[in-house]
Design a protein around this ligand. Structure first.
Ligand code: MLT
Length: 257
């Protein structure tokens, strides 16, 4: 059965859980692995992230969408640059705690966003993490409320899969079908409004790109209060992508008011 949890509160034990925080935690984690970080360590709070600081580890995250004091990066995928190895410790308000909670309850946890939509769908279609049981797609939401952009991505994934689905999965598919493009769905969300108000409109455009990163982050270890994700292998080759980071700077405003 394919099921959708609209917020973290609906998380249930499952064989396979797919976590979405398209604006922006899962987009940032996916980008970090693509850019060459060996792993991303999701932690529940900014305070916890500080405890993970060590040689070879950089800290990224946000409070109210802004970079916390002493952190190397905010939660913007566009701030990251090429690396070879090392860890990115990522502390965000909603996405990171959802991933940590999922890792406590599911045998297999993978991260999805639009950037890796094709890779996630291909892996699920191919039964990469074979399961006879429930595939639970979890929308991180925002402060306990439903976030449109996460439901949109959940619907896109559901729509690409065959098999039995829950009513929640049908609802998510309807949300996806109601939008003519990913950017339309993302741009009208409340989270996008916050990003625009903090000068990060380019992140919305970046995160709305579909299937440009051919990897799926998968939880490889779950130490207390954290989830370590690495790029899952066996889900297709990487292909050249067009990161738009060079084209934007965070001072620009693009598109919407
Ligand atoms: C979150 O985890 O709440 C988000 O990723 C916030 C953000 O986009 O900065």
């Amino acid at each position: 059965v394919i099921d959708v949890a609209f917020t973290r509160a609906e998380l249930r034990p499952a064989d396979l859980t797919v976590v979405i925080d398209v604006l922006r935690a899962t987009s940032t984690a996916t980008t970090a692995l693509y850019l060459g970080f060996a792993e991303v360590v999701l932690v529940e709070s900014v305070e916890q992230a500080a405890g993970w600081r060590a040689s070879g580890r950089l800290l990224a995250g946000e409070r109210n969408c802004r970079r916390p004091a002493g952190f190397d990066f905010g939660n913007s995928p566009l701030e990251l640059s090429q690396r070879s190895g090392g860890s990115l410790v990522l502390a965000t308000t909603n996405g990171a705690p959802a991933i940590v909670a999922a890792a406590e309850q599911a045998a297999t946890v993978v991260l999805a966003c639009l950037l890796n939509l094709g890779a996630v769908v291909a892996a699920l279609q191919a039964g990469a993490w074979a399961t006879e049981g429930t595939v639970q797609i979890v929308c991180s939401g925002t402060d306990g409320a439903v976030a449109l952009e996460d439901v949109y991505v959940a619907g896109r994934i559901c729509a690409a899969l065959t098999g039995e689905r829950s009513d929640a999965a049908y609802v998510a598919e309807s949300v996806a079908r109601a939008h003519s493009s990913a950017l339309e769905a993302l741009a009208k969300s409340a989270n996008a409004a916050v990003l625009r108000s903090t000068g990060m409109a380019p992140d919305i455009v970046y995160c709305a790109q579909e299937s440009v990163i051919d990897l799926v982050p998968r939880v490889a270890a779950a130490p207390t209060g954290a989830a370590v994700v690495r790029a899952a292998t066996g889900v297709g080759q990487r292909r050249p992508i067009h990161l738009v980071s060079a084209a934007f700077d965070h001072g620009d405003t693009v598109g919407w008011s």
